[in-house]
Design a protein around this ligand. Sequence first.
Ligand code: ZN
Ligand code: ZN
Length: 346
Amino acid sequence: MKVVRFHAPGDVRFEDAPEPEAGPGEVKIRVRNCSTCGTDVKISKFGHHHIHPPRVMGHEIAGEIVQVGEGVDGWSAGDRVQVIAAIPCGDCPECVRGRMTICPNQVSMGYHFEGGFAQFMVVPKEVLKVDGLNRIPEGVSFAEASVAEPLACALNAQNLARVGEGDDVVVIGSGPIGCLHVRLARARGAARVFLVELSRQRLEMAANLVKPDAAICAGEVDPVEEVLKLTDGRGADVIITAAASGKAQEQAIQMAARQGRISFFGGLPKDNPTITCDSNLVHYRELTIVGANGSSPAHNAEALNLVATGAVPVADLITHRLPLESAIDAFGIVARGEAIKVTIEP
Ligand SMILES: [Zn+2]
Ligand SMILES: [Zn+2]
């Protein structure tokens, strides 16, 4: 079969690999869609300390079961499924308490296990053990289902930041994750959603799709001043930074309303993770700053449901569909910010 495999930083190859078989406790799928994101670009350029090459990349996976391994109940050939990306252990104190996104034993598809940029893929028993294989609801396409994983990550963040009825929400960063955050905040009853982005071109592409109440180009105006103007000086109830930018995180704190919640959704570069925070703003305004790390199996199931009910439409966010042999070109499209969501159809 054909796969897209990481060999070394800057060396990702479209090549042949033996077709895998489902062992005991495993399920084999024919991958129908595996979507790309910024993480794939990062891996292809810099590698990752959890990836021992060669490794098939790809973690936003949807497909069709073609073989069910010994001892697997409840699944059969032909079932349409979505696969979680981050796999918690299910046994540690965090998992037992239902905090699966922060499982210290977490492993991942496309890192520890062969990923979805392939014609076929084995779903490891570790995924089945934690209920990480989800049936795709009727009416949801494979492409839409592959976007459930990033949506699940957004869902985790908005739960932690308590996005709800009547909130003014600012999303900083207008990539696919930023667009999902805008849509999800609306589904949760936000009063207004403002989208902030450095690049005018990227901002317009995203704003045309997700129609924020205001689209603020941080390359042209001061986003803190703009948000304060839009909220009569009050600030925003929730700010989500969907960008790998320390400056965005600092601005998020400055534009927060009293009792505002700030989600540092996007991580910062490993060699530059420090920001300046006026601690007195946090103290006097009773701000909450929360991180967000991936998603749990339950978040993935809920995300699929949000897509199925139409609460969070994702079909129009998929702007590019490419065959497996173009996956490497797809990373370039993602890196240059020319697309919202690029999906690969092996
Ligand atoms: Zn991703
Ligand atoms: Zn665990």
